[in-house]
Design a protein around this ligand. Structure first.
Ligand SMILES: CCCCCCCCCCCC(=O)SCCNC(=O)CCNC(=O)[C@H](O)C(C)(C)COP(=O)(O)OP(=O)(O)OC[C@H]1O[C@@H](n2cnc3c(N)ncnc32)[C@H](O)[C@@H]1OP(=O)(O)O
Length: 188
């Protein structure tokens, strides 16, 4: 998977079917489910966002992190800089948003393994404050796979190589039908 973000299997943000209701547009969900139904192991290079509006990596989500992620030899990598929207203590990234970055990065490993899966558990160790306006390199890889369970690890490091946070998670492989549950969502 070497297409630039926004190309390749990036789902279309089509909002035509239910625009006159407050339900999530069916055509958007259909396009997303279709695009995710048959993930294939990716080659090296830029990976497509999970969706244009994904809070972790979608370029069309104004409240999102807009992570840009590459497939590497042994996993995935993103260089990310948190901004004021992700502030916790003054000048420091909110821990929940750091966790979101790890969670979404783990979601890109699914392109590497060619399976659909969702987070069942996520643990973050905050080793040092993650500062706003500073570049951090996030990397993640699959540690083991046991049946439907994918155990994954990640770390975030400063440019001098010091680790500021680590994370591990268990993702559970699911069928594409799992995502049909999103159809019940109503938005204000
Ligand atoms: C490119 C594509 C992108 C795809 C799209 C990717 C988008 C990425 C976005 C970032 C990631 C997210 O935000 S994901 C969204 C946040 N996560 C969720 O919404 C998930 C909500 N939870 C669920 O829907 C459910 O709990 C599931 C599907 C995860 C699991 O339910 P289930 O299918 O009933 O499975 P269940 O029997 O409970 O567990 C399955 C197996 O895992 C084991 N297991 C359960 N919990 C644990 C655990 N903490 N640690 C170890 N093992 C565990 C069980 O013992 C069992 O083992 P055994 O009996 O099999 O041996």
């Amino acid at each position: 998977m070497s297409d630039a973000q926004g190309q390749g299997r990036q789902p279309e943000a089509v909002k035509t079917v239910d625009d006159d209701t407050d339900r999530q547009p069916m055509s958007t969900l259909d396009a997303w489910v279709r695009s995710m139904a048959h993930p294939e192991p990716a080659s090296l290079g830029r990976l497509p966002a999970h969706s244009p509006t994904c809070a972790g990596c979608g370029s069309e989500n104004p409240a999102g992190l807009a992570l840009v992620v590459d497939a590497t030899e042994d996993g995935v990598r993103a260089v990310h800089r948190f901004d004021r929207r992700q502030e916790g203590a003054p000048g420091i990234a909110h821990g929940g948003l750091v966790a979101a970055a790890f969670d979404d990065l783990f979601g890109f490993l699914l392109y590497r393994v060619g399976e659909l899966a969702v987070t069942r558990s996520l643990t973050v160790e905050y080793l040092r404050p993650v500062l706003l306006g500073t570049d951090y390199e996030f990397t993640a890889k699959v540690r083991t796979r046991e049946g439907r369970r994918l155990h994954v690890d990640a770390s975030a490091v400063e440019t001098d190589g010091r680790r500021v946070a680590t994370a591990d998670a268990t993702f559970i492989i699911v069928d594409v039908d799992h995502f049909e549950q999103g159809r019940a969502t109503t938005l204000p």
